[in-house]
Design a protein around this ligand. Structure first.
Ligand SMILES: Cc1cc2nc3c(=O)[nH]c(=O)nc-3n(C[C@H](O)[C@H](O)[C@H](O)COP(=O)(O)OP(=O)(O)OC[C@H]3O[C@@H](n4cnc5c(N)ncnc54)[C@H](O)[C@@H]3O)c2cc1C
Length: 313
């Protein structure tokens, strides 16, 4: 039997990939299998959700080396008859995807946000033209490497009693040497989890206006996020607060956008918000056409006024 093989070093994403695999496996008559590399805890968790887990324990495989990991996955895919491999479309998953497609002589699609079977053909949905439109694409080659956007699919429910099978692969020793591992300093705010987002753009004009925006977000029980230039050019907020193509895709109940123009690369990260309110001095700013409520006004006067109004309640 042909199989879909899923792999992610992130256990949450691996559990989502199982759901993704199951949405297509039945229709094309494939089995679903999972791979773990040097992660026994993940193998146990996946075994509650998937029938066949291939577990590799080999300290010679350096997890920091995407080339080595891709080589291992390609070996397992070959041995276990898995022409379709699903990975997570995070930074690491994308790097492995390209390398794996090269090794398997297959095709590769990253940033995939949905999969369907159309006349036996595996079709993948992904954003294109900087997020301005959605396209459906299919890989023609037999071997397919598909990287799925995290959090698009739900976590696979527990249910199966899977078997964990230890396997060994002929992995080449890594040419990379890890000298030191340092934890990334994390922003304490998770903008993807926030139900209310107050997003500032370059229209804010000055970092000095940030405290009052933070007070407003606090009153609304929300978090402050930003457009890319506010974090990368101005450095007023951390890059973890960026909404959009190069940042986070957020689905808050309410998004209050202050001084944001609404370029496609930004919009792709906020268009799933339930309600969008925009404050912009330019009535023709692109964001105005996609906002539920729009205010043509200077955010410098609107924000303090809003704070005062809420405090009077
Ligand atoms: C490959 C690529 C990826 C990218 N990824 C992202 C991404 O993930 N996220 C992202 O945000 N951008 C991204 N960008 C950048 C994007 O194209 C835009 O440049 C960016 O979103 C614009 O940010 P902005 O709206 O803050 O600034 P601007 O476009 O400069 O808009 C500022 C807005 O503020 C308004 N304004 C000015 N003063 C005031 C005031 N006092 N009160 C109210 N409104 C005011 C103006 O009318 C204007 O509409 C990407 C670009 C590329 C090429």
């Amino acid at each position: 039997m042909r199989n879909i093989l899923i792999y992610s070093d992130n256990t949450d994403y691996a559990c989502e990939l199982l759901t993704a695999a199951h949405t297509i496996a039945g229709e094309i008559g494939y089995g679903v299998t999972a791979l773990t590399i040097n992660n026994d805890d993940q193998a146990e968790k996946l075994a509650l959700r998937c029938g066949t887990i291939y577990r590799i324990r080999d300290e010679a495989i350096l997890m920091a080396d995407a080339a080595a990991v891709a080589l291992v996955i390609s070996e397992v895919a070959k041995k276990k008859n898995a022409p379709v491999v699903l990975l997570s479309s995070n930074r690491r998953g994308k790097e492995i995807s390209g390398r794996l497609a090269h090794l398997t002589h297959g095709g590769c699609l990253t940033d995939v946000s949905g999969m369907t079977i159309d006349n036996g053909r595996l079709c993948c949905r992904r954003n294109t033209l900087g997020g301005a439109t959605v396209v459906t694409q299919a890989i023609e080659s037999d071997h397919k490497v598909i990287a799925v956007v995290p959090k698009v699919y739900d976590t696979m429910e527990e249910g199966e009693k899977g078997a964990i099978t230890d396997i060994a692969v002929e992995a080449e020793l890594s040419v990379i040497k890890v000298v030191e591992v340092m934890p990334k300093v994390k922003d304490s705010v998770d903008i993807e989890a926030a139900e209310v987002l107050v997003v500032v753009g370059q229209g804010m004009g000055s970092r000095d206006d940030l405290p009052i925006v933070e007070i407003l977000a606090g009153h609304l029980k929300g978090a402050v996020a930003c457009t890319k230039p506010v974090a990368t050019d101005k450095r007023w907020l951390s890059e973890e607060r960026i909404v959009g193509l190069s940042g986070r895709k957020c689905k808050p109940d309410l998004a209050l956008l202050l001084g944001v123009s609404g370029q496609v690369q930004f919009v792709v990260g906020i268009r799933d918000a339930k309600t969008i309110i925009s404050v912009n001095t330019d009535e023709n700013a692109p964001i105005m056409t996609m906002s539920d409520y729009r205010m043509v006004a200077d955010m410098k006067s609107v924000v303090p006024e809003l704070v005062r109004a809420i405090e009077r309640l």
